[in-house]
Design a protein around this ligand. Structure first.
Ligand code: DMJ
Length: 525
């Protein structure tokens, strides 16, 4: 076993339906999460009402549902139980991200199938989880990827359906991730070793493995809070682990931040930054997202998270937000004080995040942040419209005469990523400006034209080349995120309402804790 926890447990936060009392001792009656009470506390029906609606919007939504069915059916036929589908060679891909776990596409697809009311397909996925999802596996896994895809997907499906199997698998898997936190600072290492025997059996390889990544150790809070509360009383290993997740913020608050910015690499041994690379795209992205969403998920009680988000955004606005010669607003990267005028596709999620923060933010910053969010989303749209395929590259630049286009060969690919349509979905919900639906529909058409192949959807190697060459990979996040956000863009606002749910960084919805409504729900028989 690794070293013991180094910090006192942090103050517990609540999730809807959970007991108001922290599980302080083993002698209390066992805790049971009251699912019915949780459902009563939601402000909107999960799949929403369908009033008379514009037939074109409905037809577009149904088209996206058909794309989901096509992606799922092909995965099921050629790759069920593998992590992803290879649609050209019609077989499965396993990869090495999930440490022996299988079925990433099943778990990532579950809640999308449910939301789209693809009932038969949802049952197929559920059956696979019940009969074939094996947690007795060996191997080094990415803590971040297992958390956002597997734990997030299982938790969301439990909250949507109330089916116990999803909760118990999430809790069991959560315990297997705990060895990651056994480091001198409590900042987890990125690659814990999953073992069939015990969650505490692990490799010490981390000691030399270098630094932990901001977006990885900063993207645990939402899921671990829910795991902890669902595991209840007596405290399980997972619930004890929440104190470690809370400790991450303490380490981050202590360490000095250059110009108020958060570099992407931190040593889990010393708790100091390893190098000064700052990015709101890859390596940094979901850290900022989880600060804002932790506050929202706590029904705006977690003021520490909100302050950290506000301070970080202020520093980003001051040092990283730039305008190109052609008038496009973008967020640059920062390397030890020098700007790299590049935006990754991953950074395009920030339009949606900043809009969501603006909607709930202080009066004096609301309009400015909403404008910034709209400008960034528009720049990301430009990165799509400036390509021959109308899909955006992995990274685009604003230097040497270039505007919102990839300049390096290695940055021209598109792997079915969701971030741009994610921002369209938030901007649509928060402004109802028709352009966001138009832009989303452009993406649907481009996906159909360039990424749909005979047996599924594939990423492409060069967005500037039409017809493109395919990469033979249907990523699991295409089903979890890209298609879900597109579908929601053409839904009424009460389908997975932003008043009831926050989306984890893999688009798996987790419920907001409505303290006011909980009391009312508890009072009902
Ligand atoms: C997803 O797994 C998540 O959105 C993550 O936060 C970033 N990368 C992919 C999609 O691009």
């Amino acid at each position: 076993a690794g070293p013991p926890a180094r910090t006192a447990p942090a103050a517990r936060q609540q999730v809807p339906g959970a007991s108001a009392e922290p599980p302080a001792s083993h002698s209390r009656a066992p805790f049971r999460f009251d699912y019915e009470r949780f459902r009563r506390s939601l402000r909107h029906p999960v799949r929403g009402a369908r009033p008379a609606e514009d037939p074109e919007t409905r037809a577009r939504r149904m088209k996206i549902r058909e794309m989901m069915k096509f992606a799922w059916d092909n995965y099921k036929q050629f790759a069920l139980g593998k992590n992803e589908l290879r649609p050209l060679t019609r077989n499965g891909h396993i990869g090495n991200m999930f440490g022996g776990l299988r079925g990433a596409t099943v778990i990532d697809a579950l809640d999308t199938l449910y939301i789209m009311e693809l009932e038969e397909e949802f049952q197929e996925a559920k059956q696979w989880v019940e009969k074939s999802f094996d947690l007795n596996v060996n191997g080094e896994a990415s803590l971040f990827e297992v958390n956002i895809r597997y734990i997030g997907g299982l938790l969301a499906t439990y909250y949507l359906t109330g089916e116990e199997v999803f909760k118990s698998k999430a809790l069991e898997l959560g315990e297997k991730l705990l060895p990651a936190f056994n480091t001198p600072t409590g900042i987890p290492r990125g690659l814990p070793f999953l073992s069939p025997c015990s969650g505490m059996s692990w490799s010490w390889g981390w000691a030399s493995a270098g630094s932990s990544i901001l977006a990885e150790f900063g993207t645990l809070h939402l899921e671990f809070l829910h795991l902890s509360q669902l595991s209840g009383n007596p405290p399980s290993l997972v619930s004890l682990c929440l104190s470690q997740v809370m400790n991450i913020r303490r380490v981050l608050n202590r360490v000095e931040k250059p110009q108020g910015l958060y570099p992407n690499f931190l040593s889990p041994v010393t708790g100091s930054w390893v190098q000064h690379h700052v990015s709101i795209g890859g390596l940094g992205d979901s850290f900022y997202e989880y600060l804002l969403k932790s506050w929202l998920m706590s029904d705006k009680k977690d003021s520490e998270a909100k302050k950290m988000y506000d301070d970080a955004l202020e520093a980003i606005e001051k040092h990283l937000v730039k305008k190109s010669a052609g008038g496009l607003t973008y967020i640059a990267e920062w390397r030890g004080g020098i700007l790299d005028h590049k935006m990754g596709h991953l950074a395009c999620f920030s339009g949606g995040m900043i809009a969501l923060g603006a909607e709930h933010g202080a009066q004096d910053t609301r309009q400015r942040h909403m404008e910034l969010a709209a400008e960034i989303t528009s720049t990301c749209h430009e990165s799509y419209t400036r390509s021959d395929t109308r899909l955006g590259p992995e990274a685009f630049r604003f230097d040497a005469g270039s505007e919102a286009m990839a300049t390096r060969l290695g940055e021209r690919y598109y792997i079915l990523r969701p971030e741009v349509v994610e921002s369209y979905m938030y901007l649509w919900r928060l402004t109802h400006q028709p352009k966001y639906r138009h832009w989303g529909w452009e993406v649907v058409q481009a996906l159909e034209k360039h990424c749909r192949v005979e047996a599924g959807f594939s990423g492409i190697r060069d967005v500037y080349s039409s017809p493109p060459t395919h990469d033979n990979m249907q990523q699991s996040f295409f089903l979890a995120e890209t298609l879900k956000y597109l579908y929601l863009l053409f839904c009424e606002d009460d389908v997975l309402s932003l008043e009831d749910w926050v989306f984890n960084t893999e688009a798996h919805p987790l419920p907001i804790n409505h303290t006011d409504l909980q009391a009312a729900a508890a009072a009902q028989p």
